[in-house]
Design a protein around this ligand. Structure first.
Ligand code: HSE
Length: 300
C-alpha cells in the first residue's frame, strides 16, 4: 500500500429546529491523502500555513489518537489536504478532518471501523453527532445520545431539493457561537422546536415541501446566534421571497442555508445582496445532497 485517500463531504447541521440533532451531507468535499514517511509533513491546498503546523492540524491530531486507540505507535506520515470547504463557517470543515483521520487510520491498520470505535475517538474532539455522522454516512441523519450511547437514523433526502449555501466572508467558531446560548430554554420554546423538527422530517418523507418554511424556524439557537450575523433575518427573508422552501443558519454559522426546488441562482444572489448591504462580502454555492458519506481509497 502506497497510501490512502479519503474524501469527506461538507455538512449542514441543525437545519433550523433540529439543534444538535439533524445534519445533512452536501456534495462539497475535503480530501486527505496520507502516505508513509519517516517524518511528519503536511501540505495544504490552497496553502493554509496555520494548518501546516502539526500542533494545530486537527487531521494529524486525530490520526495520532486513532493510532494510539488501535495500539500502534504513530510514526511520521506525509499528509496532503485538499481543502474545498470554507473553514469555521458552519459547513462541517472540522468534522471532515476528524472523520477523515479516523477512516484513514482504520484503513491503514486494516481494521473495520465500528460505530463504537468511531464515537470513542471522534467525541474526544467534537461532541456533536450532527456534523460527524452525515460526514461519515452521507444523506440526512437524525441522531440522539442516550446514556452515553449514540443512536441515529439515515433518512433519504429528496434529490430534487438542492441547498443554496450562502457563505459570508467571516469566520465564526462553534465555541464562540455556543457561548451565546442560554443555559435554559422556556417550555414554550421547547414545544415550538419539537413541533417544527417533527414537521420537518415528516414533510420531507411525504414530500409536502410547503411545510418546510415553518418547519425550519427555530427558538433554541438562532435567536441568540443571529446577533453575531449582521442582516441574518433579512438574508433568510431574501431566500424565502425568491422561492426557497425554507432557510436557516447552517450549523453554528456563519453560513446560511436555503433549501429549494428551483431558482437557485436567484436565491443565492438575493441573499448575497443583503449581506453586501451590511458591508459583508459573501459567496454562494448550489449543492446537492451527498448520499454516500466518506469514501476511502487505497493507493497501491
Ligand atoms: N449543532 C452544533 C451547533 C453544530 O449548532 O453548535 C456545530 O457543531
Amino acid at each position: 500500500m502506497k497510501g490512502i485517500k479519503v474524501k469527506v463531504p461538507a455538512t449542514s447541521a441543525n437545519l433550523g429546529a433540529g439543534f444538535d440533532t439533524l445534519g445533512l451531507a452536501l456534495d462539497l468535499y475535503n480530501e486527505f491523502i496520507v502516505e508513509e514517511s519517516d517524518k511528519l509533513e503536511i501540505q495544504t491546498n490552497p496553502k493554509m500555513p496555520e494548518f501546516e503546523n502539526p500542533d494545530k492540524n486537527l487531521f494529524v491530531k486525530v490520526l495520532k489518537a486513532t493510532c494510539e486507540y488501535l495500539g500502534n505507535e504513530f510514526h511520521g506520515v506525509k499528509v496532503k489536504q485538499n481543502i474545498n470547504i470554507p473553514v469555521s463557517r458552519g459547513l462541517g470543515s472540522s468534522a471532515t478532518a476528524i472523520v477523515g483521520a479516523i477512516a484513514a487510520g482504520f484503513a491503514a491498520n486494516k481494521k473495520e471501523l465500528t460505530d463504537e470505535d468511531f464515537f470513542n475517538i471522534a467525541y474526544k474532539f467534537e461532541p456533536h453527532p450532527d456534523n460527524l455522522l452525515p460526514a461519515l454516512k452521507g444523506n440526512l441523519i437524525t441522531a440522539c445520545i442516550n446514556e452515553g450511547k449514540t443512536y441515529y437514523n439515515k433518512i433519504d433526502f429528496p434529490e430534487e431539493i438542492k441547498a443554496v449555501v450562502v457563505i459570508p466572508d467571516f469566520e465564526l467558531s462553534t465555541e464562540e457561537a455556543r457561548k451565546v446560548l442560554p443555559k435554559q430554554i422556556p417550555l414554550k420554546d421547547g414545544i415550538f422546536n419539537v413541533q417544527r423538527v417533527s414537521l420537518f422530517i415528516s414533510a420531507l418523507c411525504s414530500k409536502k415541501y410547503d411545510l418546510l418554511k415553518v418547519a425550519m424556524d427555530d427558538r433554541f439557537h438562532e435567536p441568540y446566534r443571529k446577533k453575531l450575523i449582521p442582516g441574518f433575518d433579512e438574508v433568510i427573508k431574501a431566500g424565502l421571497n425568491n422561492g426557497a422552501l425554507g432557510a436557516s443558519l447552517s450549523g453554528a454559522g456563519s453560513t446560511i442555508i436555503a433549501l429549494s426546488l428551483e431558482n437557485f441562482d436567484n436565491i443565492g444572489r438575493a441573499m448575497i445582496e443583503v449581506f453586501e448591504k451590511q458591508g459583508i462580502k459573501a459567496q454562494y454555492k448550489v449543492l446537492s445532497v451527498d448520499k454516500e458519506g466518506t469514501k476511502v481509497e487505497i493507493i497501491e
